[in-house]
Design a protein around this ligand. Structure first.
Ligand SMILES: NC(=O)C1=CN([C@@H]2O[C@H](COP(=O)(O)OP(=O)(O)OC[C@H]3O[C@@H](n4cnc5c(N)ncnc54)[C@H](O)[C@@H]3O)[C@@H](O)[C@H]2O)[C@@H](O)CC1
Ligand SMILES: [K+]
Length: 484
């Protein structure tokens, strides 16, 4: 089962692996034609109704795979109005090849009374809102044909239906195609199971790696709305510092560069001036003393309640009083917390209703009671089991990062390079994930953060080789995350 957003991400990841969308469209069209062949004899009439997006493109391809049938392809609109290059190219091929085509200006003129099969390729996952004309009227004509004698085969999803919910897009009363058969691609979509249709899930050649590994598609879900206000894109609180001052500052600066609107640092007063000195972009709260401990609990809770995410741990140290403060904070807080460094060790034996994203390296993972293995697939399975046991998201850092959700989803990240073993890159990652988790679910935030952090590191290595330092990554985060 795969949501339409995740499908779009996998599609982009497949393209990055060398399988461009036009190639996928060729496979999709072929799969549609195979289903048509299974419901109609050669010589029978097949009317294909194309919208102006890639859903329509799939049917233009299908028409080429239906030699021997009495095929007509109807485009809803003028060829110039086709919205994607690949759908436009496939339409042009039909015209060049002399396959019967028609550009429909008035859908009221459509008439499929004698058709044996009608292929509905008007709208797929690109639908927004209730069907508008000409698709709306065309859907009514297709349904009339279905009630008469035609078998209606929908491409990807019946047009008018939201593939994620199975309900008509734009409300229960909206018009949608009443399909007999749906050919969907790669994996079942959440909404299709509730429809009374025969369902074919076609393998269109998307490599497993497009789903298993992070890629540019994983960046599609992030980025701010053009009309957003200050604070809407995340407020992050970094709690750390004491024995160290660089670590919390790196996390905080990374959170800003990863797109958070406001980043505050809560640290011992003894180091507050130093932390502030690193960056005028941060808001620093100094709390009495040289390390954080139980006496600061009330103040940190109060601050944390006003933030979308808390990044907990960078530079805190492992003094007994500090760890007991960490334990108490994690147990009571109810929001999202990225837990890093020394704070990680208290996670395994505690109950909390907070959503934790734990970011251990292999050694810290083992200290938490998790297991590791040399083979990446074995390691992925072990991390997945451990995340389920903990009930929290894990991002285990390594040459290949393993990200696992509490419900067993696992993704691997291959970006990054050996130069990133330098101190501070983990603090940068924690801050990045903290910023992303303010607006994205924990598992996606962790996967996207690992991917972008590695890309920033790869870009830093191009300039500085093994001499790269953590601040090089921070400067490159915006390009890694937000450059198309
Ligand atoms: N990996 C993938 O995601 C693949 C997707 N493919 C196909 O691509 C489809 C998605 O293509 P697109 O993203 O181009 O989107 P669609 O083809 O589903 O729809 C886009 C078009 O519909 C119009 N539109 C949107 N809402 C409307 C409404 N309510 N009434 C009337 N018109 C409306 C838009 O203006 C645009 O022209 C999938 O459903 C599938 O069939 C396949 O070609 C291959 C692989
Ligand atoms: K469709």
């Amino acid at each position: 089962m795969i949501s339409t957003d995740r499908m779009a991400a996998i599609d982009a990841n497949a393209a990055a692996l060398g399988v461009p969308r036009k190639q996928l469209m060729e496979s999709s069209g072929n799969a549609v034609a195979r289903v048509v062949r299974s419901v109609a004899e050669p010589g029978e009439s097949v009317e294909l109704v194309c919208g102006r997006g890639n859903n329509g493109g799939d049917a233009s391809v299908a028409a080429r795979f239906l030699s021997g049938y009495d095929v007509t392809v109807h485009l809803l609109g003028r060829p110039e109005s086709i919205t994607t290059d690949i759908a436009g190219e496939n339409w042009e091929t039909l015209v060049n090849a002399g396959i019967p085509t028609e550009s429909v200006v008035d859908a009221g003129s459509l008439e499929f009374g004698t058709a044996d099969v009608v292929v509905d390729a008007m709208l797929g996952t690109g639908i927004s809102g209730a069907l508008r004309d000409p698709e709306r009227t065309a859907a009514e004509r297709i349904n009339d044909a279905g009630e008469a004698r035609a078998t209606v085969v929908s491409v990807d999803v019946p047009s008018g239906i939201d593939a994620d919910t199975g309900a008509p897009a734009g409300g229960a009363d909206a018009v949608a195609v009443d399909a007999d058969h749906v050919v969907t691609f790669h994996d079942e979509k959440p909404g299709l199971g509730s429809l009374s249709v025969e369902l074919t899930v076609a393998d269109i050649g998307i490599p497993e790696a497009a789903e298993r590994f992070t890629g540019p598609g994983d960046l599609l879900g992030i980025g701010r709305a053009s009309d957003s206000h200050k604070g809407e894109n995340g407020e992050v609180l970094v709690v750390g510092g004491g024995p160290y001052t660089g670590a919390p500052t790196l996390s905080a600066r990374a959170a800003l560069r990863a797109g958070a609107d406001l980043v505050r640092v809560a640290c011992p007063a003894a180091v507050a001036r130093e932390v502030q000195g690193f960056s005028e972009n941060l808001i620093v709260h100094g709390l009495s003393g040289e390390t954080l401990g139980p006496s600061h609990l009330a103040r940190i809770r109060e601050l944390a309640a006003d933030h979308d995410t808390v990044v907990f741990g960078p530079g805190l140290g492992d003094a007994e009083a500090t760890l007991s403060f960490v334990r108490e904070f994690l147990a009571e807080h109810e929001g999202r917390i990225v837990v890093d460094a020394d704070a990680l060790r208290v996670v395994p034996d505690m109950e909390t209703s907070a959503e934790l994203i734990c970011t251990p390296h292999q050694g810290e993972l083992e200290a938490m009671g998790g297991k590791t293995a040399a083979d990446p697939d074995d390691r992925a399975a072990l991390v997945g089991e451990f995340a389920a046991d903990l009930g929290h998201t894990l991002l285990v850092k390594g040459a290949v990062d393993v990200v696992a959700s509490p419900d067993g989803e696992v993704r691997l990240n291959r970006t990054g390079n050996p130069g990133m073993t330098v101190g501070g890159t983990g603090d940068v990652l924690a801050g990045t994930v903290g910023a992303l988790a303010a607006t994205t679910d924990p598992f996606e935030a962790a996967a996207t953060g690992a991917y972008a952090n590695g890309l920033a590191g790869d870009s830093a290595a191009e300039t500085n080789g093994d001499g790269l330092v953590a601040t090089d990554l921070i400067d490159r985060l915006p390009q890694a995350l937000y450059d198309e």
